[in-house]
Design a protein around this ligand. Sequence first.
Ligand code: SF4
Length: 367
Amino acid sequence: DPEPWTGPRAPDRRPTRRLDVGGVPVGGGAPVSVQSMTTTVTADVDATLQQIAELTAAGCQIVRVAVPSADDAEALPVIAARSQIPVVADIHFQPKYVFAAIEAGCAAVRVNPGNIKRFDDKVGEIARAAADAQVPIRIGVNAGSLDKRLLAKHGGATPEALVESALWECSLFEEHGFGDIKISVKHHDPAVMVPAYALLSERCDYPLHLGVTEAGPPPQGTVKSAAAFGALLSRGIGDTIRVSLSAPPVEEVKVGIQILEAFALRERGLEIVSCPSCGRAQVDVHTLAQEVAAAFEGFPAALRVAVMGCVVNGPGEAREADIGVSCGNGKGQIFVKGEVVATVPESRIVEALIEKAMEIAEVPEDE
Ligand code: SF4
């Protein structure tokens, strides 16, 4: 006999080491966290902190800031102290900014030791400074900046090339006894990125930071990220995620949270289950679904709200939801937990859904 259905279940997670990124656990079975990156000039402290506050409000748990100049490095102590969420400094080539970031109280640093190897023994010094301050490091391999030797060996930025590069970068820290590492192997193409992470997860137990780099603007970037993260998360691969969009970073956070909710890796917030509409629909389902989504934005309880265009699938889906409407002939039947509780004209559907939702969620009327 099949096991009784107990509802959506999150995939089993692949075991990884646990890191502490400024109080946010990453890996080792910790909930998958959502990250983003600021788009402000980091040295513009007010603008950067303002954007971090917006990201925090949207649910971002870890934020990364670029540190390409001395002015940016100088801004880090104030940003790290005032940010409500852990700050990761993103550094290329400049060991002195890595030390500055660690001293500034950043929660982690993204730096590739391969970039700084030529600076004498700075890798060892960084490993010691990071270990003393208990600051983890993310090694971020990108297809676009792969070593020429690896490109030649593998015939391009293949999954094997990305993984070999990442593990070589890790070995530069491991030589110095440092292992508080998380890794990303980003590629713009999910068909390369997914096998790269899958291979990496077989080869090491470092926590993995998922990302499709240069994914593009929405909806392309959203779809690429959702497809790639979904393929990996459903196999238990991925400990923290960053959706990269050519869009305001708050959008990245919203998409990241929704991807985790879709895989039951995060408790679902408001969920609108609405039909695509078809020739049977007797109301304008698209407009109605948008009006319902807008009316429920920020609703203080997690509900599944069904908006169905006709009586074919409508009543069935509406019954599965906490609350829903099944439309027909200029009217809507309002369902609550499977029971029809009212029939209202089309113009009153949104209002009736909100009223019933407030009742079942026991929300006081002034909220
Ligand atoms: Fe069409 Fe009705 Fe299904 Fe909506 S619920 S897609 S209107 S059959």
